[in-house]
Design a protein around this ligand. Structure first.
Ligand SMILES: Nc1ncnc2c1ncn2[C@@H]1O[C@H](COP(=O)(O)OP(=O)(O)OP(=O)(O)O)[C@@H](O)[C@H]1O
Ligand SMILES: O=C(O)[C@H](O)[C@@H](O)[C@H](O)[C@H](O)CO
Length: 195
């Protein structure tokens, strides 16, 4: 049992919503649920926000287009906007920069985490899963669509090889640390001049 106390409110300001992103099988649902439990905030699964037509497309093995994803991202945004009092954790693949930008635009309390992993490991995890509409064959398309975060994007990237509890601890530590300005994210530290 995890007996650690929740993070102090000052470190995880009310209304903070963490978006757990990554391709199919990267562990968004698994990690997102555990993170929400640890932070004691509501969790929502991005899969549940798709219009029925999108689910039908994915079941049929077709990748979604930008147009397919637009209403889905809008619905996720509404969920985020309604979490002002409690904060929350939500999963969303967030494969392209434009989607990530749309999720955080005008939402300073949104924190983005991208789960990454070796494609063979992800394929094995998807193959081991039952009763999910994402067919294993769709992983290649998701990886092809994924635009890795650019240096100015404030995104924590986490390799998913370790067990979920380890990943959750890492993410919680990052959330508890002071937020650095987005422009500084990913840039190398400034070194003092050599004497
Ligand atoms: N860190 C981990 N270590 C071992 N197994 C994991 C880990 N994370 C997830 N899994 C397992 O991998 C499979 C895929 O995880 P999960 O369903 O959470 O991924 P997902 O990103 O939500 O997928 P999708 O986008 O297709 O819904 C599940 O069977 C889950 O139990
Ligand atoms: O194409 C996408 O953006 C993803 O497939 C998401 O739409 C899914 O909700 C999820 O990742 C499925 O497992």
């Amino acid at each position: 049992m995890d007996v650690r106390s929740p993070h102090p409110a000052a470190d995880n300001p009310p209304g903070t919503v963490t978006v757990v992103m990554g391709v199919a099988g990267s562990g968004k649902t698994t990690v997102g649920r555990l993170l929400a439990d640890r932070l004691r905030v509501p969790y929502a699964d991005g899969d549940d926000f798709h219009p029925a037509a999108n689910v039908a497309r994915m079941r049929a093995g077709h990748a979604l287009t930008d147009a397919d994803r637009a209403p889905w991202l809008a619905a996720l945004g509404r969920w985020i906007d309604a979490r002002g009092a409690t904060g929350g954790v939500v999963s969303c693949s967030g494969l392209r920069r434009a989607y990530r930008d749309a999720l955080r635009r005008d939402r300073p309390r949104v924190r983005l985490v991208l789960l990454t992993g070796d494609p063979d490991l992800l394929a094995r995890r998807i193959a081991g899963r039952r009763d999910h509409f994402m067919a294993p064959a769709m992983l290649a398309g998701q990886l092809a669509t994924l635009e890795p975060p650019e240096p100015d994007e404030p995104v924590l990237q986490v390799d998913v090889a370790p067990p979920p509890a380890v990943l959750v601890a890492r993410i919680a530590d990052w959330l508890a640390a002071p937020v650095s300005p987005p422009a500084a994210a990913g840039t190398p530290p400034v070194r003092p001049p050599a004497r």
